[in-house]
Ligand binder design. Structure first.
Ligand code: URA
Length: 415
């Protein structure tokens, strides 16, 4: 077996054997296959795709490249959730306590944001004191006590994905459905929850720009999860407009708490009910929508959130007083220069505006401004007058808002 034969087979659309995929992953991760040969294979995959069986084998080989969590000490059925990234997507902060308060355990490992999309770990780190890193025993103990915990991705999980994803980023080979599937699913399978709910987003702020591509990725991820022995379901949801009204780390935590306080029943609330109900249903429960609605409306989910914050060392008082979250030093109101109806709020442009304000990062280790971001004052379909407030921009880093305002106005189509 050698790498040149493997590249040649994929180049000619001849399916690889399980052993060949294992050889590729093991030897690339171990440094025996150089970047230039792996890049050639990745480009062949981008152009010719992989069969579903090859994708499953690639995913499993990547999962097996590192540690697989042992969740057997968790006292019941476990469920995990993954969203393929978006703008204003703070659903994990709401869904995890909601599902946990209905009796399903949610041990979750999340990542940081890059580019125009946010990351759950950055959001949690905007809460004073919240520890996103801890020994595995403590993580499991918190899950057993409160029902959920969210920490940052363990370094030992899926080293193959780490190396391959970095190479894909620098060789223009990110946008391949089987490669995205294997990258995401290998990490989810290494966390090893019994049930996995996937939320594949499509639209301007998402990886998948069309609904058709999102459906194809969703089907492939669902089948890969099922083939790996998990209960797995994939929903396809719209990311053409940002989710909810707040974008940026502390601002998103604030909006999540307002949902958990029962004060906000908009699009974000509805999506969280749908996704949480799907997680409960995967875990074998019935009357799932009613249960999860009740968990949020009764304040039970907020209590679970509070207890988890406390055990993570985070300032749990924010659950009653969101003004204790980091506040931006500067703000700027963006007003409409015309009268009309909002026909589009482009997520990617809003994400880029938020990045300029300091809420996101362009390179991996850049720090973020927890207080930075945007509060939208209108939604798609709203009628507005010239001079009406469209959104407020927040930052503790910049005082000149002109570039952010230009991108912000660019995000809105007013007809
Ligand atoms: N997120 C991942 O973790 N991997 C991809 O390939 C794309 C998005």
């Amino acid at each position: 077996m050698n790498i040149l034969d493997i590249i040649s087979k994929t180049k000619h659309k001849i399916p690889l054997e399980k052993s060949e995929i294992g050889f590729l992953v093991e030897n690339y991760t171990g440094g025996k296959i150089p970047d230039y040969q792996m890049s050639a294979w990745l480009m062949a995959v981008c152009l010719n795709s992989l069969t579903d069986d090859e994708t499953t084998e690639l995913t499993l080989a990547m999962r097996d490249s590192g540690q697989i969590l042992d969740l057997s000490r968790i006292n019941g059925i476990t469920a995990d959730k993954h969203s393929t990234g978006g703008v204003g997507d703070k659903t994990s902060l709401i869904i995890a306590p909601a599902v946990a308060s209905c009796g399903v355990y949610v041990p979750k490992m999340s990542g940081r944001g890059l580019g125009h999309t946010g990351g759950t770990i950055d959001k949690l780190e905007s809460i004073e004191g919240y520890r996103t890193e801890m020994p595995l025993d403590e993580f499991i103990s918190i899950v057993n006590k409160t029902g959920f915990s969210i920490i940052s991705q363990n370094e030992n999980l899926c080293p193959a994905d780490k190396k391959i994803y970095a190479l894909r980023n620098s060789t223009g080979t990110v946008d391949s459905i089987p490669l995205i599937c294997s990258s995401i699913m290998s990490k989810k399978l290494a966390v090893s929850a019994d049930c996995i709910l996937l939320d594949v987003k499509y639209g301007s702020g998402a990886f998948m720009k069309t609904k058709e591509d999102a459906e194809r990725l969703a089907e492939l991820m669902q089948n890969t999860g099922i083939n790996a022995g998990k209960k797995c379901r994939c929903d396809v949801t719209d990311m053409n407009s940002p989710l909810g009204m707040n974008i940026g780390n502390a601002l998103e935590v604030k909006e999540a708490i307002e949902i958990l306080q029962g004060k906000n029943k908009g699009d974000l609330y509805k999506l969280c009910i749908d996704l949480s109900a799907d997680m409960l249903s995967l875990a074998g429960q019935d009357n799932c929508r009613e249960k999860v609605q009740n968990a949020i409306d009764s304040g039970k989910a907020l209590e679970v959130f509070r207890e988890t914050l406390m055990l993570h060392g985070g300032n749990y008082k924010i659950c009653d007083n969101v003004s204790m979250l980091p506040q931006a030093k500067y703000s700027y109101e963006v007003k409409s220069d015309r009268t009309g109806t909002i026909s589009e709020i482009n997520s990617e442009e809003i994400g880029m505006t938020s990045l300029i304000l300091g809420a996101g990062r362009i390179t991996k280790n850049q720090p973020v401004d927890p207080s930075a971001g945007i509060i939208l004052n209108c939604k798609k379909g709203n009628k507005i007058q010239k001079g009406d407030l469209l959104m407020t921009l927040y930052s503790s880093k910049i005082t000149d808002f002109s570039e952010a305002e230009r991108r912000a106005l660019n995000s809105m189509k007013i007809m």
